[in-house]
Design a protein around this ligand. Structure first.
Ligand code: TTP
Ligand code: MG
Length: 416
C-alpha cells in the first residue's frame, strides 16, 4: 500500500501547514476587567484561596500593569501586597501605587473560555484545547501564508469585539513554534513565523523558550555552553540523546523547528482522516482518483490498527484557493473494510470529475471501538446507504470562517 507522503505529485502538506496558537492575555484578570470596566488599565491581581481584606492565598494571575511591579503567578498574596498594597486598604501614610485584588471566580472564567473557544472553532479545521485560555488551531485550509496575518488579526479583533477579551496569537508551520510565537509579543501580540523564517526566529531565543526546558535542564545545558536555541540546534544530537535520553532528541528537533504533531482534539477521535495537498492544483482525473484510492486505503489501515469500525465514509475536495467541499455517505451498519472505503470514496469523487483540486482528503466517522456486527461488501446494499445530500451544491467554506467547525474538524488529522 502506498503511503500518502510517497504519492507522486503529492506532498504531505507538512511544510504548508498554518498552525495558530491562541492564548488569552492575563486571562482571569481580563475576565475581571470585563465585568468591572473601572479596572481597565489598572493593576489587577486575582488571588486563589484569597479573601478580600486578608493576605492569604497565591496569585493566580496579574494584569500586565501589576506585573510591572513584580507581581506574578504563583506568588504568595502576602508578597504581592508588599509590592502593590490593596487600593481599598493601603498602609497608613502610603501614597505609592496600589493594586485591585479579586478572588478567583472560576465558573465565570470557564464561561468566558467556552465563548472564546467557540469563536476559535469557527476559524479552524481542527482545534486542540490545551488549557482554560489556550488552544491550537490548524487553519491550513482556511488561509495561506500570504494571508495569515490578516486572518489571525481578524480572530483577535473578533474576540475583542464580541467578548472584550485580549488574546495573543502565534502563527507558524507547527505547534511548537506557534506556541513560542504567541508568547513572543504579549499582550495582544500577533507574531507570524512563515516556514522560511522558522530557524532565524528561533535561533536567538533563550533555551527556556522551548516548551519542556525548565530551570534544571537549562542549567545542565548552560554548563555545556548551550545558551540559546541556535546553540541547541547545532549541538551534536547524539550527545543530547546520551545526556537526556529520548527527550534530548526531541529537544534537538524542536530547536531545529521540527514538530510533526497534528492538531488533534482531546479524547477519543470522532473520526479518522488522511489528506494530501498537491504541489500544484491538479485537474487530471486519473491522478486525483489514484490519490483518493491511496488515501482511502491509508485511512482504512489506520482504522484497522486502532481497532475501529466506521459507519460513515466521506471525502473532502479543496478547490483553489480555499473552497472546501465535503461529501459523505453512511452505511446501514459498522464496517472495517478497505474495499468499501475505496469504492465509496471514488463514487463520491465522481461529482468532482471536472474540478481542479488543490487538496483532497478521505475520512471515516461514526466510529466504534468495541467489536461490533459488521457487514461486508456482499451483504451491503448500496441502495440503502444515506447520502448526506446528493443534490446539494458544493459547500463553500471561505477563509473568513463564517461556518462553525469545518468539514473535517474533530478528526485525528494525520499529516505525513
Ligand atoms: P496563563 O495563560 O499561563 O497566564 P495568563 O493568561 O494569566 O497570562 P498571559 O498573558 O501570560 O498568558 O494562564 C491562564 C490562567 O490560568 C491565568 O489567567 C490564571 C490561571 N493560572 C493559575 O491559576 N495559576 C498559575 O500558576 C498560572 C500560571 C495560571
Ligand atoms: Mg494566558
Amino acid at each position: 500500500m502506498g503511503t500518502v507522503g510517497g504519492l507522486p505529485g503529492v506532498d504531505n502538506a507538512e511544510s504548508e501547514r498554518v498552525i495558530l496558537h491562541v492564548d488569552n492575555d492575563c486571562f482571569y484578570a481580563a475576565c475581571e476587567r470585563k465585568r468591572d470596566p473601572d479596572l481597565r488599565g489598572k493593576p489587577v491581581i486575582v488571588g486563589m484561596g484569597f479573601e478580600p481584606g486578608s493576605a492569604g492565598g497565591a496569585v493566580a494571575t496579574a494584569s500586565y500593569e501589576a506585573r510591572e511591579y513584580g507581581v506574578e503567578s504563583a506568588q504568595p498574596i502576602s508578597e504581592a501586597i508588599e509590592r502593590l498594597p490593596p487600593t481599598t486598604n493601603p498602609p497608613p501614610e502610603y501614597d505609592g501605587p496600589t493594586g485591585h485584588y479579586r478572588s478567583v471566580d472560576i465558573e465565570f472564567y470557564k464561561g468566558q473560555a467556552t465563548r472564546v473557544k467557540s469563536i476559535l472553532a469557527e476559524y479552524a479545521e481542527a482545534m486542540r484545547e490545551v488549557s482554560i485560555d489556550e488552544a491550537y488551531l490548524d487553519c491550513t485550509d482556511r488561509t495561506s501564508w500570504e494571508h495569515a496575518k490578516t486572518f489571525a488579526a481578524e480572530i483577535q479583533e473578533r474576540i475583542a469585539a464580541d467578548l472584550n477579551l485580549p488574546v495573543s496569537i502565534g502563527v507558524a508551520p507547527n505547534m511548537a513554534v506557534a506556541k513560542i510565537a504567541s508568547d513572543h509579543d504579549k499582550p495582544e501580540g500577533l507574531v507570524v513565523v512563515p516556514p522560511d523564517t522558522v530557524q532565524s526566529f528561533l535561533r536567538p531565543l533563550p533555551i527556556e523558550s522551548l516548551h519542556g526546558i525548565g530551570p534544571k535542564t537549562a542549567a545542565r545545558l548552560r554548563d555545556n555552553s548551550v545558551e540559546d536555541i541556535g546553540d541547541l540546534a547545532t549541538t551534536d544530537p547524539d550527545w543530547l540523546g546520551k545526556r537526556f535520553g529520548e527527550r534530548g532528541w526531541e529537544l534537538y528537533r524542536r530547536a531545529n523547528g521540527i514538530d510533526r504533531r497534528a492538531v488533534e482534539p482531546r479524547g477519543d477521535p470522532k473520526s479518522l482522516s488522511r489528506e494530501s495537498a498537491f504541489e500544484e492544483p491538479v485537474s487530471s482525473w486519473d491522478e486525483i482518483e489514484q490519490s483518493v484510492i491511496e488515501l482511502a486505503e491509508a485511512v482504512a489501515a489506520r482504522a484497522s490498527e486502532r481497532g475501529a469500525t466506521y459507519r460513515t465514509i466521506g471525502i473532502k475536495v479543496v478547490e483553489p484557493p480555499f473552497s472546501i467541499n465535503t461529501r459523505e455517505r453512511s452505511l446501514p451498519g459498522p464496517v472495517d473494510d478497505p474495499a468499501i472505503v475505496v469504492s465509496i470514496s471514488c463514487e463520491l469523487l465522481e461529482e468532482f470529475a471536472e474540478t481542479t483540486v488543490r487538496k483532497i482528503g478521505v475520512r471515516v466517522s461514526n466510529l466504534s471501538f468495541a467489536a461490533g456486527e459488521q457487514v461486508d461488501l456482499d451483504t451491503w446494499d448500496s441502495s440503502r446507504t444515506v447520502s448526506s445530500d446528493p443534490n446539494r451544491k458544493p459547500t463553500q467554506y471561505s477563509n473568513r470562517g463564517q461556518l462553525s467547525l469545518g468539514a473535517f474538524s474533530g478528526d485525528q488529522n494525520e499529516i505525513g
